[in-house]
Design a protein around this ligand. Sequence first.
Ligand SMILES: Nc1ncnc2c1ncn2[C@@H]1O[C@H](COP(=O)(O)OP(=O)(O)O)[C@@H](O)[C@H]1O
Ligand SMILES: [Mg+2]
Length: 374
Amino acid sequence: MVKDDDLKGAIRSGATTAPEIADHIGKSDSATRRRLKKADDDAQSKLVRERNPRGSGYIYAIADEDQEADSEMPVFGDRDYDWSQYVPRAGATAEYVETNGELSDIESIIEHRHDTGQLPRFRLTGPPGTGKTTLARYIGAMRQWPVIPVQFTAAMRDSELFGSPHIIGGESVWVDGPLVKALLCSQERPVVVVLDEINRAPFHRKASLQSFLDHRAQATLMLRGGEKIEGDPENLITVATMNEGTEYETFPIDPAERRRHGNTWDVPFLGLVDADLEAELVADNTPVSIDVARVLVRAANEVRELAVADRTSPVENGIATSIVLEWARTTVAYRQSNRSDPLTRAAKTAILRPHYSGRAAEEAEAVIHDTVRS
Ligand SMILES: Nc1ncnc2c1ncn2[C@@H]1O[C@H](COP(=O)(O)OP(=O)(O)O)[C@@H](O)[C@H]1O
Ligand SMILES: [Mg+2]
């Protein structure tokens, strides 16, 4: 019989993979593996696993090891939150330009959720820079609902989601994390939680999201002696975003988790759906004229076509709207200081150098030059 304490002892001694742990405790690989999986599935256990970034299989760790449970610990500010402080100020959030009906779809689901009984869980996928984060915040901003953003990272700990003890004035004080605040807020009013770039966090950090996202709308604070925080699932509007592309490391997301994040929209490059609309967005948000904006969007679309439709091209990533905006602003700066060829110079420093390399850079550059000159 393999015991949890032995597993933890092995991990504390430096074993990370199942065979290493088995070796350390002198049990069989298969028995050890079964017990490890069980411990990982058990929300009460602090033993967690994630995919081994340097090989196949999993590695194991102990979450928030150094902290002891204490139900007597006072809560910072006594949970006397002023939710109006979380409502985006007018003008502080960019207006989202709808690409493919995604905003209208989400609005209908939110509006009719009480009749349909559907949980307001949404997921946005697509290349970086297509406005997913902007859309998520805009959903709250347009209704003047509080917005609580959570940026996921590879090194993220559960305490960054749910809260952790801090030493304040020599005393241990519990500070609520963003998800606990969201649950508390949802008891009173609708709140939008932006789970941004959720696929940058390893799987185990997200396992703890389960009861938060499903009909329970609940979090259990182990370090406060198992305190349960319950929200109103219909008032808890969650928008998870997932950047897709080859540009940085992400973790796979399993079907059960995908399901919990709800209806999903792929947010494509705006210009490929409506070039005029993207040109207007660029002209509205930067000092370039609508005519220049149109040229930029046309060039961006040529590169996007290579990335999206041409399988023989080395160009794998298209030019996102955010990059077109950078290109526009850089062009204006170069033009105002009379740099030669401001448009193509700006293409080099704002698009090609930061986002492309090798043959992809050459091909993207050629396409941009052809379009700009024509
Ligand atoms: N459809 C859009 N509507 C409004 N702004 C957009 C749109 N697409 C991109 N942007 C702008 O581009 C920048 C990057 O957008 P962001 O929301 O961070 O993209 P993502 O989250 O998809 O990476 C922001 O300044 C945003 O205002
Ligand atoms: Mg984003």
